[in-house]
Design a protein around this ligand. Structure first.
Ligand SMILES: [Zn+2]
Length: 176
Protein backbone atom coordinates (compact mmCIF):
# COMPACT_ATOMS: atom_id res chain seq x y z
CA UNK A 1 0.00 0.00 0.00
CA UNK A 2 1.31 3.43 -0.93
CA UNK A 3 1.33 6.17 1.66
CA UNK A 4 -1.33 8.12 -0.27
CA UNK A 5 -3.86 5.29 -0.26
CA UNK A 6 -4.09 5.37 3.48
CA UNK A 7 -6.03 8.64 3.20
CA UNK A 8 -8.39 7.67 0.36
CA UNK A 9 -11.84 6.43 1.29
CA UNK A 10 -13.36 4.07 -1.26
CA UNK A 11 -16.64 3.21 0.39
CA UNK A 12 -17.58 6.12 2.59
CA UNK A 13 -19.35 9.35 1.64
CA UNK A 14 -18.06 12.58 3.08
CA UNK A 15 -20.07 14.35 5.76
CA UNK A 16 -21.69 17.47 4.27
CA UNK A 17 -23.35 20.12 6.39
CA UNK A 18 -25.38 23.08 5.11
CA UNK A 19 -25.41 26.53 6.62
CA UNK A 20 -26.78 29.86 5.32
CA UNK A 21 -24.20 32.30 4.03
CA UNK A 22 -24.90 35.87 3.01
CA UNK A 23 -22.69 38.84 2.34
CA UNK A 24 -23.36 42.39 1.25
CA UNK A 25 -20.57 43.88 -0.81
CA UNK A 26 -20.13 47.66 -1.03
CA UNK A 27 -18.27 48.66 -4.14
CA UNK A 28 -17.25 52.21 -5.09
CA UNK A 29 -16.92 53.15 -8.74
CA UNK A 30 -14.79 56.11 -7.70
CA UNK A 31 -13.75 58.51 -10.44
CA UNK A 32 -15.65 56.62 -13.13
CA UNK A 33 -19.00 56.66 -11.29
CA UNK A 34 -20.40 58.85 -14.08
CA UNK A 35 -19.96 55.97 -16.53
CA UNK A 36 -22.27 53.74 -14.49
CA UNK A 37 -24.78 56.49 -13.63
CA UNK A 38 -25.13 57.28 -17.34
CA UNK A 39 -25.37 53.58 -18.24
CA UNK A 40 -28.47 53.46 -16.03
CA UNK A 41 -29.88 56.28 -18.19
CA UNK A 42 -29.13 54.59 -21.50
CA UNK A 43 -25.92 56.40 -22.35
CA UNK A 44 -22.49 54.96 -23.08
CA UNK A 45 -19.62 57.26 -22.16
CA UNK A 46 -15.88 57.03 -22.52
CA UNK A 47 -13.08 59.39 -21.56
CA UNK A 48 -10.51 61.00 -23.84
CA UNK A 49 -6.97 62.23 -23.21
CA UNK A 50 -5.89 64.81 -25.76
CA UNK A 51 -2.22 65.09 -24.77
CA UNK A 52 -1.32 63.55 -28.11
CA UNK A 53 2.25 64.85 -28.13
CA UNK A 54 2.92 62.72 -25.04
CA UNK A 55 1.31 59.53 -26.39
CA UNK A 56 3.05 56.69 -28.21
CA UNK A 57 0.76 57.00 -31.22
CA UNK A 58 0.95 60.81 -31.22
CA UNK A 59 -2.82 61.23 -31.10
CA UNK A 60 -5.81 61.33 -28.77
CA UNK A 61 -6.51 58.28 -26.64
CA UNK A 62 -10.06 57.07 -26.08
CA UNK A 63 -10.72 55.03 -22.96
CA UNK A 64 -13.66 52.65 -23.00
CA UNK A 65 -14.25 51.55 -20.33
CA UNK A 66 -13.28 55.00 -19.11
CA UNK A 67 -10.16 55.75 -17.14
CA UNK A 68 -9.64 58.63 -14.74
CA UNK A 69 -5.90 58.73 -15.39
CA UNK A 70 -3.97 58.33 -18.62
CA UNK A 71 -1.51 55.41 -18.54
CA UNK A 72 0.73 57.08 -21.16
CA UNK A 73 1.08 60.73 -20.12
CA UNK A 74 0.05 60.06 -16.48
CA UNK A 75 -2.26 63.07 -16.35
CA UNK A 76 -5.82 63.16 -15.06
CA UNK A 77 -8.43 62.52 -17.72
CA UNK A 78 -11.39 64.85 -17.27
CA UNK A 79 -13.03 64.84 -20.70
CA UNK A 80 -16.09 62.63 -21.15
CA UNK A 81 -17.36 61.70 -24.59
CA UNK A 82 -20.82 60.34 -25.40
CA UNK A 83 -20.40 57.21 -27.54
CA UNK A 84 -24.03 56.05 -27.49
CA UNK A 85 -24.44 56.71 -31.21
CA UNK A 86 -20.88 55.90 -32.24
CA UNK A 87 -20.08 53.14 -34.74
CA UNK A 88 -18.98 49.91 -33.10
CA UNK A 89 -17.57 46.72 -34.57
CA UNK A 90 -16.69 43.31 -33.15
CA UNK A 91 -12.94 43.24 -32.66
CA UNK A 92 -12.85 39.71 -31.26
CA UNK A 93 -15.29 37.30 -29.68
CA UNK A 94 -15.53 34.09 -27.72
CA UNK A 95 -18.43 31.72 -27.18
CA UNK A 96 -18.76 30.78 -23.54
CA UNK A 97 -19.96 27.25 -22.74
CA UNK A 98 -18.99 27.20 -19.09
CA UNK A 99 -18.79 30.06 -16.60
CA UNK A 100 -18.59 31.03 -12.97
CA UNK A 101 -21.62 30.18 -10.82
CA UNK A 102 -23.43 33.50 -11.25
CA UNK A 103 -23.35 33.17 -15.07
CA UNK A 104 -23.75 29.41 -15.33
CA UNK A 105 -27.49 29.64 -15.98
CA UNK A 106 -26.83 31.84 -19.03
CA UNK A 107 -24.44 29.63 -20.99
CA UNK A 108 -23.89 29.39 -23.86
CA UNK A 109 -23.39 33.10 -24.45
CA UNK A 110 -21.03 35.23 -26.48
CA UNK A 111 -18.57 37.77 -25.15
CA UNK A 112 -17.24 40.37 -27.54
CA UNK A 113 -14.47 42.90 -27.58
CA UNK A 114 -15.83 45.93 -29.36
CA UNK A 115 -13.85 48.59 -31.16
CA UNK A 116 -15.01 52.15 -31.68
CA UNK A 117 -14.63 53.09 -35.33
CA UNK A 118 -12.31 56.08 -35.62
CA UNK A 119 -10.37 55.29 -32.46
CA UNK A 120 -7.67 52.78 -33.20
CA UNK A 121 -6.05 52.17 -29.84
CA UNK A 122 -5.92 49.37 -27.36
CA UNK A 123 -7.63 51.35 -24.60
CA UNK A 124 -11.03 51.33 -26.27
CA UNK A 125 -11.74 47.60 -26.61
CA UNK A 126 -14.63 47.22 -24.19
CA UNK A 127 -15.70 43.68 -23.30
CA UNK A 128 -19.42 43.12 -23.37
CA UNK A 129 -22.10 40.59 -24.29
CA UNK A 130 -23.50 40.11 -27.77
CA UNK A 131 -27.20 39.33 -27.95
CA UNK A 132 -28.70 38.37 -31.28
CA UNK A 133 -32.44 38.48 -30.63
CA UNK A 134 -32.62 42.09 -29.43
CA UNK A 135 -34.84 41.08 -26.51
CA UNK A 136 -32.28 41.22 -23.77
CA UNK A 137 -32.24 37.44 -23.65
CA UNK A 138 -29.00 35.67 -24.26
CA UNK A 139 -29.66 33.57 -27.29
CA UNK A 140 -26.95 33.29 -29.86
CA UNK A 141 -26.75 31.78 -33.30
CA UNK A 142 -23.02 31.47 -33.09
CA UNK A 143 -22.50 30.93 -36.81
CA UNK A 144 -23.55 34.52 -37.46
CA UNK A 145 -20.96 36.17 -35.27
CA UNK A 146 -18.03 37.55 -37.27
CA UNK A 147 -15.08 39.78 -36.56
CA UNK A 148 -15.82 43.22 -38.01
CA UNK A 149 -19.61 42.94 -37.77
CA UNK A 150 -21.33 46.19 -36.83
CA UNK A 151 -22.97 46.25 -33.42
CA UNK A 152 -24.82 48.84 -31.35
CA UNK A 153 -25.24 49.27 -27.60
CA UNK A 154 -28.41 48.46 -25.67
CA UNK A 155 -29.19 49.07 -22.03
CA UNK A 156 -31.05 47.04 -19.44
CA UNK A 157 -33.08 49.11 -17.00
CA UNK A 158 -31.29 48.99 -13.65
CA UNK A 159 -31.48 51.31 -10.66
CA UNK A 160 -28.20 53.27 -10.37
CA UNK A 161 -27.46 51.79 -6.93
CA UNK A 162 -27.82 48.27 -8.34
CA UNK A 163 -25.88 48.82 -11.54
CA UNK A 164 -22.92 46.90 -12.88
CA UNK A 165 -21.50 46.27 -16.33
CA UNK A 166 -24.29 43.78 -17.18
CA UNK A 167 -26.61 46.80 -17.75
CA UNK A 168 -24.88 47.15 -21.12
CA UNK A 169 -25.03 44.68 -24.00
CA UNK A 170 -24.69 44.84 -27.76
CA UNK A 171 -26.87 43.69 -30.63
CA UNK A 172 -26.15 43.52 -34.37
CA UNK A 173 -26.51 46.95 -36.01
CA UNK A 174 -27.66 45.35 -39.28
CA UNK A 175 -29.87 42.40 -40.20
CA UNK A 176 -27.90 39.17 -40.30
ZN1 LIG B 1 -2.60 61.04 -22.00
Amino acid sequence: MSVGKKYVSNNRSPLISEMPYSISYRHSYGEISKFFIDLSQGKLLGTVCRNGEKHKNGGDLLFLPPRADCPECLSEVNEWIDLTDAEFRVYSFTHVYFAGESFLGKVPFTLINIEVVGYDNSYSKLISTLVLDDEGEIHVDREKVKIGMKVKPKFRKVQPEKIDASALYFVPAENL
